[in-house]
Ligand binder design. Structure first.
Ligand code: ATP
Length: 500
């Protein structure tokens, strides 16, 4: 039964009873029938958990035994190592008991979406030979006070029952999106959330090393800072493991894993694909492999080629090509905008442009593809300023050619503003070393405008100096709809002989 229908019924039935009593109807037989139905439901509940949560349980049971191992997870070497070490607590429980070490009750996996947190939890269940019961924070959210808490109880009961049924000594309960129920408690309106969280804390406190089956809770979130400190304190989720975006080596490993069941041509160079997919999560890399296979099928070929993989990187990054038809005037504006980005990119980072294209993809009407860069974890002030100038290049170019901007720059500005924020947080602005929360909005706005206006001025001036390159590349782009990085650089070389 859909949840909304259940909620309507729960509200409607008491009203119906009051109405029947009001008009003098004898409700006693109806009441007896209701009590019998209630008793039946209670019996079902005792056999398999609370009826309202039965759907969730069925879903959990349907997922069946998970056979995923750590070897099937690409990259994440540190996270896997840390997790294995923590899991040894569950495996070597006798030694742990002898030494008087308290049981590990919870492990928190944190990191961006699609990096393999769920996979880690499944592999943990396999590694420790435990039953795996998965759930998500949003499954506990109900309008009615107490339902979330009873679902938490049901989840733990389900784990214990299944371990007993499958003859296992331990059970791993995985809660994805723990922040939905484990957010900071601030009192007031959130009684239902508080009760759910309190119940979770109570269940965790009831985990003892001697009990059988031994229970371990693994939770995942990408918003660790939102969690209530009661959850993260020692004795609860006191192991925090970072599951971050993979580096190049990790990306190659993930691509290899997802390429295992696919016919890859011998000319495929996964090293290059790993380089080009900088910033991709495991889920995005899986999608790259899948999309490449789809492109291969579309072309009626037997093997996946390098270009299929490159095409699918573009698709995953920017969305599928669309056949949106734009007017000639709009096309020209898009071309000018994209060339603004491309010229700025080539000026501040020579050899960085791989392609400029006018074909619409996802929501974008055109795009600049950049060559993969060296992985970097620290950024200097000048690097960040260059990045802002590349983002502002599109709007600056439109100003030069049309005397004004368009709505096409909103994403670029958002990107520029985020970089300015990073600079402020890192003490790279004239505000000095500050805690951004302690600075007034006026001061932040003032500093923001000073930085962006100065960088906009520099961007415009650099673009104006390269007007000849701009005009030539604009003609080619409008005619051919794409401009390769090498073609583009040729124009730069030719132009270096001319006065700027
Ligand atoms: P979310 O935070 O959105 O729940 P998650 O971190 O739990 O995401 P998973 O559900 O574990 O991510 O991963 C989604 C899919 O992405 C997996 O089914 C798998 O195909 C692929 N994937 C992600 N990370 C990896 C990895 N490290 N190795 C292999 N495949 C991966």
């Amino acid at each position: 039964m859909p949840r909304w229908l259940k909620e309507v019924l729960i509200g409607f039935i008491p009203v119906l009873f009051v109405f029947l009593i009001f008009i003098g109807f004898n409700v006693v037989p109806l009441l007896i029938a209701a009590v019998m139905v209630g008793a039946l439901l209670l019996l079902t509940n005792m056999r398999g958990g609370l009826a309202v949560g039965a759907g969730a349980e069925r879903k959990r049971k349907k997922s069946g035994p998970q056979k995923l191992t750590f070897e099937q997870i690409g990259g994440q070497d540190n996270a896997k190592q840390e997790l294995r070490e923590a899991l040894d607590f569950l495996i070597r429980y006798e030694e742990i008991q002898k030494l008087g070490i308290r049981p590990m009750k919870g492990i928190l996996l944190t990191g961006p979406p699609g990096t393999g947190k769920t996979l880690m939890a499944k592999a943990a269940a396999h590694y420790t030979d435990s039953v795996f019961v998965a759930s998500s924070g949003s499954e506990f959210v109900e309008m009615y006070v107490g339902v979330g808490a009873s679902r938490v109880r049901e989840l733990f009961r389900d784990a214990r029952n299944r371990a007993a049924k499958e003859n296992k000594n331990s059970a791993i309960i995985f809660i994805d999106e723990i922040d939905v129920i484990g957010g900071k408690r601030e009192g007031g309106q959130q009684r239902e959330y508080d009760q759910t969280l309190n119940q979770l804390l109570t269940e965790m406190d009831g985990i003892y090393s001697s009990e059988s089956p031994r229970i371990l809770l693994i939770a995942a979130t990408n918003r660790k800072e939102m969690l209530d400190s009661a959850l993260t304190r020692p004795g609860r989720f006191d192991r925090h493991i970072e599951v971050d975006l993979p580096d190049k080596k990790g990306r190659k490993h993930i691509l290899e894993l997802h390429g295992k069941n696919k016919p890859l041509s011998s000319t495929v160079n996964l090293d290059k694909i790993a380089e080009e997919s900088y910033g991709f999560s495991g889920a995005q890399l899986e999608s790259v492999m899948n999309e490449a296979a789809i492109y291969t099928m579309r072309e009626d070929l037997k093997e996946i080629e390098q270009r299929h993989l490159s095409m699918s990187i573009d698709k995953v990054m920017m969305g599928e090509r669309t056949d949106r038809e734009s007017s000639e005037e709009e096309k020209k504006r898009v071309a000018i905008h994209e060339l603004g980005h491309a010229i700025m990119a080539e000026v501040v980072r020579p050899n960085s442009v791989s392609q400029v294209a006018l074909s619409p993809r996802g929501k974008a009407l055109g795009y600049v593809r950049h060559n993969p860069q060296q992985e970097q974890y620290l950024y200097t002030k000048s690097f960040l300023e260059d990045q802002i100038m590349i983002a502002l290049g599109g709007a600056a170019a439109e100003e030069i050619y049309y005397g004004g901007r368009s709505t096409g720059s909103s994403n670029d500005f958002e990107q520029a503003l985020n970089i300015v924020k990073t600079m402020m947080r890192s003490g790279l602005t004239s505000l000095g070393i500050v805690n951004i929360d302690m600075v007034t909005t006026e001061e932040l706005m003032k500093e923001n405008n000073i930085i962006l206006e100065e960088l906009m001025r520099r961007t415009r001036s650099l673009l104006e100096d390269r007007r000849t390159i701009f005009d030539k590349s604009l003609n080619i782009l409008l005619e051919e709809e794409t401009l390769s990085g090498d073609q583009f650089r040729c124009l730069f070389c030719e132009n270096s002989l001319l006065p700027a």
